[in-house]
Ligand binder design. Sequence first.
Ligand code: 5CA
Length: 157
Amino acid sequence: MPLSPSAQKVQDALHTLGYALTVVEFRDSTRTAQEAAERVGCEVGQIVKSLIFRGKTSGKPILVLTSGANRVDVKRVGAYAGEKIGRADPAFVRAATGFAIGGIPPLGHLQPIETYVDEDLLRYEKIWAAAGTPNAVFALPASELPKMTGGKIVRVT
Ligand code: 5CA
């Protein structure tokens, strides 16, 4: 089965960056971390949640790549960003990334986005991230995520 256009965009971005990683698209939903973990058969903590926040002063997007087992502390991440941050609405998320909520990938966005990587993800050897649609994911070695995204490794909880 060919990938849907948004999943193909992520596959192309991976190949362009030189990663031999493969996007997998499922018939059933991988919209939530729980569903994604069920589809691929891993712990929910091994799922990368790609969450877009908005700087309350700058208005710029901020991407937090967090373990599916964690809840982001917005005060903590705001301190790293140097301003208060809040959850972004779906239209802002799409404008910043080119993708819809539920399929936001960690890379391949319309613009470079300031990125933070949850240190807890690095406890795992293999992790899975969304790949452009609410049915698509790709597996990667956790150690590759910071380099792949230009993200800063931080505690987010
Ligand atoms: N495909 C899965 C696993 S990789 C996935 O994308 N998970 S996620 O956590 O990265 O994306 C879903 C997240 O989007 C939810 O945890 C929630 O924080 C956020 N979200 C869901 N609905 C909205 C909404 N209406 N506005 C803003 N954020 C939302």
